[in-house]
Design a protein around this ligand. Structure first.
Ligand SMILES: Nc1ncnc2c1ncn2[C@@H]1O[C@H](COP(=O)(O)OP(=O)(O)OP(=O)(O)O)[C@@H](O)[C@H]1O
Ligand SMILES: [Mg+2]
Length: 498
């Protein structure tokens, strides 16, 4: 018997880019097949052929040995293919239950049977052991919970093929474990899964086979137990040395002081300081209040009490404009929502945070802006046909690189980075770490929020751990390890998706 799914000779071109070139791929029943590749390698494009978002220019797709034509989301659904996208696909204004059953609510006498819908949703969420209220609004949920709702929605469609495009990118340790339990359960039910991730340690843990893509072509198909270093070499075409190349410069004067910052139900009496030359990591589980802290410091959210001081002067108004003027930068966690302006070009997006510097007498110096953009595109290896490409056509990871690049160009002295390497491939991560080294060597201070524990441990000089809106402990780079960070991260709260 042949495989459940076979893709043969798939080619897809976009203006200026060959996203996929004669790609072969196969998937067996009950298999977890991992797709690996650098940012822009073509992973999302390949799975979009299965969800009906794109059609191949050449090649064919076989399901159970029969040619399949998938030209819409409905086609995919009818064939039993469900996708959890890299970008969330939920409607924020609707409830969890409404989102799960969007467009196909259980009806009675033509009227949506809300009670039945709620019940069904509750059952699904219970099957996944997720404690999310079916009546909660999506807009009130955190990223991890939204992810779980996406999966519940896919399950409710009784998918035989489940596609997950970077499902673990926004999850921390506990939630990843939970997700993998769900995946193992689905394997038992013979559901086949395509799994995309930039976390190599997940490959062997959850995968059976791996297909590696580079520049739109298949490099090889190997067992998931293949050595990391070998997988990396296949992805980037060379070996990548130092995973966390942190160099510790001299510590200078205090750049940022946060004094007793509080906001009811969100932040509780948070105080700490950040010096020139330092990378201070903020660890914690999803929902600990880390993003809220970053936003409060930057003046994006109001606080009830407390003060923020930058270079020995108090922030007076506490709004993002003042923050920027005072040399602060914020790389946001949610790149789709806050990080980028989709209809603008790569160069324009890169120039957004340094606009003032490149403007004189009301005129933007386009040449200068372009020159700087070209440098960042090269430094961060941003995959784009050119600086004038609209950013929305870039792959997820390359959009993230633009968000980081924008703040690198702004010459911020205090840089707050919220999950800076989320969705970034292994090679590019090291480039970003190198840039963090350079920035701190030049006297900047970096506050790095990250759910990636090895990254926090590997790149921070000091680690603050948050739980329930409070700082539960501070550890030096020398004393910190996985255990003591997790212990502080779960102190006084339940470590679960709730
Ligand atoms: N609609 C589009 N128009 C133009 N170019 C596109 C479009 N969609 C994708 N591309 C290009 O195709 C290539 C492959 O992109 P894809 O999103 O598949 O990468 P990826 O492997 O998923 O990367 P990442 O890890 O960053 O998510 C990239 O160069 C991207 O810019
Ligand atoms: Mg992608």
């Amino acid at each position: 018997m042949g495989p459940l799914l076979e893709m043969r000779g798939i080619t897809k071109r976009f203006p200026g880019v060959v996203a996929l070139e004669e790609v072969d791929f196969e998937l067996e029943k009950g298999e977890v097949h991992v797709l690996l590749g650098e940012n822009g390698a073509g992973k999302s494009t390949l799975v979009k052929m299965l969800s009906g978002a794109y059609r191949p220019d050449e090649g064919e797709i076989l399901l159970d040995g029969e040619p399949a034509s998938i030209s819409s989301a409905t086609d995919a659904q009818e064939l039993g293919i469900s996708t959890i996208y890299q970008e969330f696909n939920l409607v924020p204004q609707l409830t969890v239950a409404e989102n799960i059953f969007l467009g196909r609510q259980p009806r009675r006498f033509g009227i949506v049977n809300r009670r039945k819908m709620r019940e069904e949703a509750r059952k699904l969420l219970e099957r996944m052991k997720v404690r999310v209220d079916p009546e909660a609004l999506i807009s009130d949920l955190g990223v991890a919970q939204r992810q779980m709702v996406e999966i519940a929605k896919a399950l409710s469609l009784n998918a035989r093929i489940l596609i997950m495009d970077e499902p673990t990118a926004s999850l921390s340790g506990q939630e990843v474990k939970r997700l993998f339990e769900i995946v193992r359960g689905l394997k038992q039910e013979e559901v086949a899964m395509i799994f995309i991730s930039h976390h190599l340690e997940e490959v062997a843990e959850i995968g059976d086979r791996v297909t590696v893509l580079r520049d739109g072509k298949v490099v090889d198909r190997v067992p998931a137990s293949t050595e990391h270093s070998e997988l990396v070499r296949m992805m980037v075409g060379r070996s990548v040395e130092a995973q966390f190349p942190r160099r510790r410069p001299e510590i200078g004067e205090i750049l940022l002081e946060v004094k007793n910052l509080s906001r009811e139900g969100v932040l509780e009496d948070v105080s700490f300081s950040l010096c020139a030359g330092e990378v201070v990591g903020i660890a914690g589980i999803v929902g600990a209040g880390r993003t809220e802290l970053a936003r409060a410091i930057f003046g994006a959210d109001p606080v009830d009490s407390g003060e923020v001081w930058v270079e020995e002067r108090r922030m007076e108004r506490g709004d993002p404009r003042e923050a920027k003027r005072r040399g602060m930068g914020l790389v946001t966690e949610d790149r789709q929502g806050q990080g980028i302006v989709p209809p603008l070009s790569v160069a324009e997006n890169l120039g957004l945070a340094s606009l003032e510097r490149n403007t004189s007498a009301g005129l933007v110096n386009r040449r200068e802006q372009r020159k700087q953009a070209e440098k960042i595109i090269e430094d961060l290896n941003i995959r784009t046909p050119g600086p004038d490409q609209e950013i929305r056509y870039l792959s997820g990871g390359n959009q993230q690189k633009v968000v980081i690049g924008k703040w690198l160009l702004a010459d911020s002295r205090v840089l707050i980075m919220d999950e800076p390497t989320r969705g970034i491939d292994v090679g590019a991560k090291v480039e970003i770490y190198e840039l963090m080294n350079e920035l701190t060597e030049n006297g900047a201070g970096i506050l790095m929020i990250s759910s990636d524990l090895p990254e926090v441990l590997g790149m921070s000089d000091r680690i603050l751990v948050m739980s329930g809106g409070r700082i539960t402990g501070e550890l030096s780079a020398e004393e910190a390890n996985g255990e003591n960070v997790m212990e502080l991260a779960t102190r006084g709260s339940e470590a679960a998706v709730e």
